[in-house]
Design a protein around this ligand. Structure first.
Ligand code: PEP
Ligand code: MN
Length: 339
């Protein structure tokens, strides 16, 4: 971290700043120029509040040289992390497709979709039991029963299951869930992230609607601080001025994140676009760009889906897409991963 001081800094205030910084266990290298003085901080500056320093009268500017995320940082952990999702590896060259309905609606629905997506090549089953809906009057998910139905589908197909947690009070219900999803709206629910860090479960962490990649990694850092490094990052579209699509898919997030972190990165083209017709082209773009996987919504009867029908693929469309992915996978290199 570098602190640029203003002209003729008040000596007393400067002394105060220096002793405060020393108390934070960082070494200070002072460079006095003819016009400006610079303080270079050496050591672990991750706990130093940049805004607090910036607010001081004697400080003109503060710049971070090192990223504030440590555990998730590729610099300190060159090798790709492989996340073990109930026996299915994700990351480090292991590409997987997670597929299933937005929400679990009935036993017949989840069992038939699970069988169809498995036959088409999906390796993990998704399905929401607890649904974060914008309207409190919209279908909120089958909750506990939804988890039971997912477990039945897992027992029948052998596919590990991925489902979203919305509150830590629900955790006991997730004992047999293979991957716990933290949805976009909870990406910065720091207390939840902290507690999930104390579990041994793989976490699928979705990028918040308006969050930067650095903020996404800081959220991963919360989970890792508790000792859990089994995290898959998911880009699912961000809010922009564009309204032709539900969100704007940030494809560059794949290669950018792979330079920043060793954690696997997957893409959700369903929530990113909100339009079934756009799911296949965006999924293929993500594969080409080096994503470690995809999470795709599939419904046996999209027009009658209780949630997100317009963006859901039919099992047949999913099968076609899975074939196209298979065809381009050999050409998809990990361009973003520094070697
Ligand atoms: C979902 O995956 O069902 C979901 C609600 O996603 P997001 O949190 O990305 O909106
Ligand atoms: Mn959905």
């Amino acid at each position: 971290m570098v602190i640029v001081l203003g002209n003729n800094p008040n000596k007393e205030q400067l002394g105060g700043l220096v002793s405060w910084l020393e108390a934070q266990n960082v070494e200070i290298r002072k460079t006095e120029g003819s016009h400006q003085t610079i303080l270079g901080l050496v050591g672990d500056t991750s706990k130093i509040d940049i805004d607090l320093i910036l607010s001081l009268d004697i400080v003109a500017d503060v710049k971070r040289i090192q990223e504030p995320y440590k555990s998730a940082n590729r610099k300190f952990h060159l090798k790709d992390t492989v996340v073990d999702c109930g026996g299915v590896p994700v990351g480090g060259g292991h590409f997987q497709i997670i597929a299933g309905p937005c929400s679990v609606e009935s036993e017949a629905q989840i069992l038939s979709i699970a069988q169809d997506v498995k036959a088409a090549g999906a390796n993990l089953l998704r399905g929401g039991a607890f649904k974060p809906r914008t309207s409190p009057y919209a279908f909120q998910g089958l909750r506990e029963q939804g988890i039971e139905l997912l477990l039945a589908a897992k027992a029948q197909t052998g596919m590990p299951i991925v489902t979203e947690i919305m509150d830590m009070s629900q955790l006991p219900l997730f004992e047999q869930v293979d991957v716990i999803q933290v949805g976009a709206r909870n990406m910065q629910n720091f207390e939840m992230l902290r507690q999930l860090g104390r579990t041994q479960k793989p976490i699928l962490l979705k990028r918040g609607l308006s969050n930067t990649l650095e903020e996404l990694l800081m959220s991963a850092e919360y989970i890792m601080a508790g000792g859990n490094d089994q995290i898959i990052l998911c880009e699912r579209g961000i809010r922009t001025f564009e309204n032709a699509t539900r969100n704007t898919l940030d494809i560059s997030a794949i290669a950018a994140l792979k330079g920043m972190t060793h954690l696997p990165v997957i893409i959700d083209p369903s929530h990113a676009t909100g339009i079934a017709r756009l799911v296949a082209p965006m999924a293929l773009a993500a594969v080409a760009a080096g994503a470690d996987g995809l999470i795709i919504e599939v419904h046996n009867d999209p027009p009658r889906a209780l949630c997100d029908g317009p963006q859901s693929l039919t099992p047949k469309a999913f099968e076609e897409l899975a074939g196209a992915i298979e065809a381009i996978r050999p050409y998809a290199h990990n361009y973003g991963t520094p070697r």
